[in-house]
Design a protein around this ligand. Structure first.
Ligand code: NAD
Length: 503
């Protein structure tokens, strides 16, 4: 028996993977949304229920009607009760009203329900749907909560603004583990990690390191890491070399749209937002109000969201049945207006007729497109959880004092030297990360945002908060405008702070 894997909370949260008998209908919360939402939701539910999905939908109201009642979150407070009880949300797109004061329902849902993973399969269907990348089949797994999306921003000086990028070990561990579990569950062969850890050695460095650590628990899955810039270029040029890609929030936000677009099928992509206790499934497109009520819309994006849901609630066999019937429908040239192409398509159909065509093909497999096989086995033996890392010994060895100041590096150096540092010595001054004092180049552009780095005994001795507060008192007394400080710490003797450019 192999090593034990920790339970994959996100994938098994609602119920264990495996076949589910008809008696065990899984309650799900369903929102029909706005615009084309009601039509594509009906088509999606008709298809998956015809395929044998064992679900018990509870309908809630979200979107325009709720916003216009004056509920700025776009969801009735009572609807949270349904979500809290079912823990699974199949959501059609909504129309976000124009004008201020309305909160994005997606952001609210993601934050309130702790949906930390965004999963977006991006697949091309050559030759039936036009694409430059005929063999693309990539799944983007994007971290959904951390990075710069905390939205912690400050304007610190006349010239300079900042946004905090936060990457945590637990947050990274769960997204990386989710990506590997997804790979196992969906018979994927490789997981690729994108970061920019050649520059952000501490934040992206942590993401990369955790990827390597957790990857060791999945010897059957290939692993690779790309620097995000060249990785993104490769993804746009040769997406067929990638399989599952896991990445921090900002890169994931950008590249999941790139991936969906280059697959040639933005209107066909579904996505899942997964948390430890809740999950939300949807199409990636919007409510297309101009197409509403005309039986025109393509229900495929929401249907693909529903397939991710079926796997999540332990009905992968149903997902496989629907997916293959859908491939056969596309292959038979039965297309909605958005993908219809003379010479390739055979019949232009509406939403209802498309759904009927998929239902008619349940049990069939495509001939030209590759049939899909979902992993219908219960998750392999759980592997032994890695021992939790012992906390490292943290020692504060200095402080970066940030100043709003206008002048030259030499003048600031002279001014700072006059201020007694106590146990802390002025080690260097940087401007936007580049060392400008002592030494430095006269050509370096300096803004009004300066960092004075103080270290105790060159970073070899510890200091306490009192010593830092005393130093700040002396800096303030000298008439300098300090805008913030960052403590400089070591962890088991290793620096937990970056060096300056040119240091
Ligand atoms: P959209 O995705 O609704 O439409 C973009 C284009 O794609 C339109 O030409 C539309 O007709 C077409 N299209 C989209 N889905 C289609 C489908 N299933 N079948 C056929 N054609 C389809 O984007 P938009 O026009 O920018 O936004 C419309 C509304 O949707 C806005 O109020 C926006 O805020 C909202 N929106 C909601 C979500 C969501 O709920 N998750 C996501 C994006 C946009």
């Amino acid at each position: 028996m192999g090593p034990k894997r920790p339970p994959a909370a996100p994938l098994g949260a609602a119920s264990p993977c495996g076949k589910v008998s008809m008696a065990q209908a899984i309650p799900i919360t369903v929102a029909y949304g706005d615009g084309i939402g009601p039509e594509i939701m009906q088509a999606t539910l008709d298809i998956i229920q015809a395929a044998g999905a064992s679900i018990s939908p509870q309908v809630i109201e979200i979107g325009e009607k709720v916003y216009t009642k004056g509920i700025s979150a776009g969801i009735e407070p009572s609807s949270w009760d349904s979500l809290r009880s079912t823990k699974v949300f199949l959501k059609a797109p909504i129309t976000t009203p124009q004008g201020g004061g309305f909160k994005s329902l997606n952001v609210t849902t993601r934050k309130v329900l702790g949906l930390y993973a965004n999963v977006r399969p991006c697949v091309s269907y050559n030759p039936f749907i036009a694409t430059k990348h005929p063999n693309m089949d990539v799944v983007i797994v994007r971290e959904n909560e951390e990075d710069v999306y905390g939205g912690i921003e400050h304007r610190q000086t006349q010239q300079v603004t900042q946004c905090l990028k936060l990457i945590s070990r637990p947050g990274t561990e769960r997204i990386v583990r989710y990506a590997f579990e997804y790979a196992v569950r969906h018979n994927r062969k490789k997981v690729t990690c994108f970061t920019k850890d050649n520059i952000m050695k501490i934040t992206d460095g942590l993401f990369h390191r955790v990827f390597e650590e957790i990857g060791e628990e999945y010897p059957e899955i290939q692993k690779e890491h790309w620097i995000v810039d060249i990785g993104a270029a490769k993804l746009a040029d040769t997406p067929e070399v990638f399989d599952v890609i896991v990445l921090p929030n900002l890169y994931g936000d950008v590249l999941s749209d790139v991936a969906a677009q280059i697959a040639g099928s933005v209107g066909l992509a579904g996505s899942a937002n997964i948390g430890d206790n809740f999950a939300m499934f949807e199409a990636i497109h919007g409510s297309a109000p101009r197409r509403a009520g005309q039986n025109l819309a393509n229900p495929s994006g929401l249907l693909f969201g529903a397939l991710l849901m079926l796997v999540h609630i332990g009905q992968p066999d149903i997902a496989q049945r629907v997916h293959n019937a859908w491939l056969k429908t596309i292959e038979d040239g039965i297309h909605t207006y958005d993908i219809y192409k003379d010479g390739v398509s055979k019949q232009k159909v509406g939403t209802k007729e498309f759904a009927k065509a998929v239902i008619t093909r349940l049990g069939q497999a495509p001939q030209t497109l590759k049939p899909v096989t979902y992993n219908t086995e219960r998750a392999q033996e759980a592997r032994k959880p890695r021992a939790a890392k012992a906390p490292e010994t943290k020692v504060t060895v200095g402080v970066d004092v940030f100043l709003d100041w206008t002048g030259t590096p030499g003048a600031l150096g002279e001014k700072m030297k006059e201020i007694p540092g106590g146990e802390l010595d002025l080690y260097m001054i940087t401007n936007r990360g580049t060392k400008v004092w002592p030494g430095g180049f006269p050509d370096t552009f300096c803004s009004d945002h300066w960092t004075c780095r103080y270290l105790a005994n060159g970073g070899a001795a510890g200091v306490d908060h009192r010593q830092i507060v005393d130093l700040l008192g002396r800096i303030a007394a000298a008439g300098l405008d300090f805008i913030k400080t960052e403590n400089l710490c070591t962890f088991d003797g290793k620096n937990g702070f970056s060096a300056a450019q040119g240091e």
